[in-house]
Design a protein around this ligand. Structure first.
Ligand SMILES: [Zn+2]
Ligand SMILES: [Zn+2]
Length: 205
C-alpha cells in the first residue's frame, strides 16, 4: 500500500471510530436533534476547543451553532477567590437566547456557586434544571484527557437543562462530582437517565 493510501485509510478509520463513539454517547438525544444548541465561549476560551465541541455536538444536533467569544459578565467576578460565579453567568446567558434553544457557556476560568452550605464552592459546571442555560469550565479537568472529560461535563449540564437530577449510579454522566473529579469512572447515561431523557424528547412540544 502506498503511503498516501495508508494515510487515507487511517483517517477514514479514525473518523468512523469518532463518529461511532459520539453516536453512542449521544444516543438518548437522538429524538431531540431539532433542538438548537448554542455554544457561547466566554473570555479567552480557545477557538480550537469550541470548534471541536461544535463538530461533535452537530453529529446529533445539526442545528447547533457557535457564537463568537464574549467577556464574562463583570458582576460574575468573585475577587476573593479570583473566579467567576456560575449562577450569575447562567442568568446572563439565559437572556441571550429565545425559543427552543439551550445555550452552553464555555469557560477556561474556574467557576463557583453556593453549595453544601459553602458560600463559594468551585464546580466543573452548572445548569438550570430544567432550563435553557448551562455553563461548563475546563479548569478542574484532568490535563491528560481534558477533551474527553470536557464533553462528559457538557453532557451532564445539558442533562440538567433537560430536567435530569443527579444520579446515584457511579458510572452515569449525571453523577454528582461532590467536589472531586469522578469523570473517568463515568461511561454513559444509565438506563434510568437515558429513559428519562428519551421520555422528555418525545413529550416535549
Ligand atoms: Zn450536576
Ligand atoms: Zn443515571
Amino acid at each position: 500500500m502506498k503511503p498516501g493510501q495508508y494515510i487515507l485509510l487511517s483517517c477514514t478509520i479514525l473518523l468512523l471510530a469518532a463518529t461511532t463513539y459520539w453516536l453512542y454517547i449521544f444516543r438518548p438525544f437522538r429524538n431531540i436533534s431539532e433542538q438548537h444548541i448554542v455554544l457561547q465561549p466566554l473570555g479567552n476560551f480557545p477557538d480550537k476547543e469550541a470548534a471541536w465541541l461544535l463538530e461533535n455536538i452537530r453529529i446529533t444536533h445539526p442545528n447547533s451553532s457557535l457564537r463568537t467569544a464574549i467577556p464574562f459578565p463583570p458582576s460574575a467576578y468573585y475577587p476573593t477567590r479570583q473566579r467567576y460565579r456560575a449562577d450569575t453567568i447562567l442568568r446572563y446567558l439565559r437572556q441571550a437566547i429565545s425559543g427552543d434553544t439551550v445555550i452552553i457557556g464555555l469557560s477556561q476560568k474556574d467557576i463557583s456557586t453556593s453549595k453544601n452550605g459553602k458560600k463559594d464552592w468551585g464546580v466543573m459546571g452548572l445548569g438550570y434544571m430544567p432550563g435553557k442555560a448551562c455553563v461548563v469550565s475546563t479548569f478542574r479537568l484532568a490535563k491528560s484527557n481534558k477533551r474527553e472529560q470536557f464533553h462528559k461535563v457538557v453532557l451532564h449540564e445539558f442533562g440538567h437543562t433537560q430536567g435530569l437530577p443527579h444520579c446515584l449510579e457511579k458510572t452515569c454522566f449525571m453523577r454528582d462530582a461532590e467536589g472531586g473529579n469522578p469523570l473517568d469512572e463515568e461511561t454513559g447515561f444509565c438506563n434510568q437517565c437515558s429513559s428519562r431523557l428519551h421520555h422528555k424528547c418525545i413529550t416535549s412540544p
